[in-house]
Design a protein around this ligand. Structure first.
Ligand SMILES: [Mg+2]
Length: 229
């Protein structure tokens, strides 16, 4: 049984910065803090880790609470609004075709491995009608640590399908070096997709099993490399 675990942001979709705007609004509403995301690089980090980073950068001076609950709740409300209204939302090239193809494979399972909390991931995927492909996943709400959430995604593949999943046939697919490092640390194969801010060579340098430009350009190479006909 082959397993494919997909990252969300800049791998399946782009929300045109909706997540960053929603977090800024959440910190503004909860703590009257302006531009909380300034200087924070979100790439490949889990939602809780991003929020903690903001707390760490600011709370020493301002005495903010480090309870993630209120800011996460505000974030999810704003996220729904930002994702629904942005003109910049798009599904990345070749994604629907590859998901359709993998869905029809008798020996393949597809799931998510994303730093988004699950509700956030579902909000982001809903506009593109992509939730239908993902019955399970590992999320930022499972662990603040990306390696752990990748492991969780693979464990859910096994429990939801009732079939055993071989680590040597598990592919973690993402657009940042952090996705690649987490996949490797969890003991899986990794595929870098250069649809975010990182190039194929940067993703290969991070140790990706292989890297592609996008799922449209390199569809056949992806299928051949993962031995899907
Ligand atoms: Mg990403």
């Amino acid at each position: 049984m082959r397993l494919f675990l997909f990252d969300v942001d800049q791998t399946l979709i782009s929300t045109g910065g909706a997540g960053i705007r929603a977090l800024n609004r959440a910190f503004q509403k909860t703590f009257a803090m302006d531009n909380a995301m300034d200087g924070v690089l979100p790439h490949g980090k889990t939602d809780p880790a991003i929020i903690r980073e903001i707390f760490a950068a600011r709370s020493a001076n301002d005495g903010f609470s480090t309870d993630l609950g209120p800011v996460l709740e505000a974030y999810l409300g704003f996220l729904r609004e930002e994702v629904e209204t942005t003109a910049l939302y798009r599904i990345l090239p070749g994604i629907v075709a590859i998901l359709e193809l993998l869905k029809k494979q008798p020996n393949a399972l597809i799931g998510l491995a994303t730093g988004n909390v699950e509700t956030g991931a579902r909000i982001k995927l809903e506009r593109g009608n992509l939730n239908q492909y993902f019955a399970f996943g590992g999320f930022g709400s499972d662990s603040e640590n990306r390696t752990e959430l990748v492991r969780q995604g693979a464990a859910r593949a096994a429990s939801s399908s009732g079939r055993s999943v071989d680590p040597a046939e598990t592919y973690v697919i993402g657009d940042t070096p952090r996705d690649i490092e987490a996949g490797r640390e969890a003991g899986f194969l990794t595929v870098g997709v250069a649809t975010g801010t990182f190039t194929k060579s940067q993703l290969e340098a991070a140790g990706a099993t292989f890297a592609i430009t996008d799922f449209e350009t390199d569809r056949d190479y992806f299928l051949a490399s993962t031995r899907i006909e």
